[in-house]
Design a protein around this ligand. Structure first.
Ligand code: ATP
Ligand code: MG
Length: 197
């Protein structure tokens, strides 16, 4: 069995300290060397709202992880174009020899999993760690069952941070500070490129 690899999929619009803390805690909990961020190319689950161009989200994700060698970025979903399906990406990893996968997912994303492509397959391809945002860990089991997962995933051991991309975009739009909610380089990118205005 290969060494555990943590994979973290998301829109990352923008990547924020909740993502970074979840990644670091998941790496520790899984005993992994590396956490791979995988920005979604065409996040079909977010079609209802305007999502920033994949190039911007990829660039911000690269900036967010700059100062931690254990965090890396995989651009395959961006390069693939078309809708991004986690089940496909995890299957590709397996085919490439990464068979000891740990997938980090927030509880809001777990609640949405019944709408994903092949959610049960995702549970077969990776061990899931669920990031809670203040909910009790007992909230995981019913959501996992609704998604058809054969195993109930473990909670991710991290202090809850009530931060989301939605919150940060709203703050930028309202002219409120986002310093300390995103890394300085990401804040600079948002400012320079006039994102979320
Ligand atoms: P949005 O509000 O646009 O959905 P988001 O903050 O949820 O943004 P995503 O890119 O959608 O960011 O999330 C990627 C993954 O990170 C998802 O599994 C999500 O649940 C998780 N996540 C997001 N914010 C946090 C947080 N504060 N703590 C732990 N996990 C989080
Ligand atoms: Mg989200």
């Amino acid at each position: 069995m290969s060494a555990p690899l943590v994979v973290f999929g998301g829109t990352f619009d923008p990547p924020h300290i909740g993502h970074l803390l979840a990644a670091e805690c998941a790496r520790w909990q899984a005993g992994a060397r590396e956490v791979r961020f995988i920005p979604a190319g065409d996040p079909y689950r977010k079609a209802a709202r305007e999502v920033s161009p994949a190039e911007d989200r990829l660039a911000m994700t690269r900036l967010a992880i700059l100062h931690n060698d254990a965090l890396t970025v995989d651009d395959r979903e961006v390069l693939r174009r078309g809708p991004s399906y986690t089940a496909d990406t995890l299957a590709e990893y397996h085919a490439e020899g990464e068979q000891n996968l740990v997938f980090v997912i927030g509880i809001d994303a777990l609640a949405d999993m019944p709408n994903w492509k092949l959610p049960a397959r995702i549970g077969e391809l990776a061990r899931l760690l669920v990031a809670l945002k203040g909910e009790d860990a007992s909230a995981i089991a019913p959501l996992a069952r609704a998604a058809g997962l054969a195993r109930i995933p473990e909670p991710l051991d991290m202090p809850a941070l009530g931060i989301s991309g939605t919150l940060i975009r709203g703050r930028v739009r309202a002219g409120k500070p986002i310093r300390y909610l995103v890394s300085p380089a990401v804040a600079g990118y948002i400012e320079e490129h006039g994102l979320y205005r």
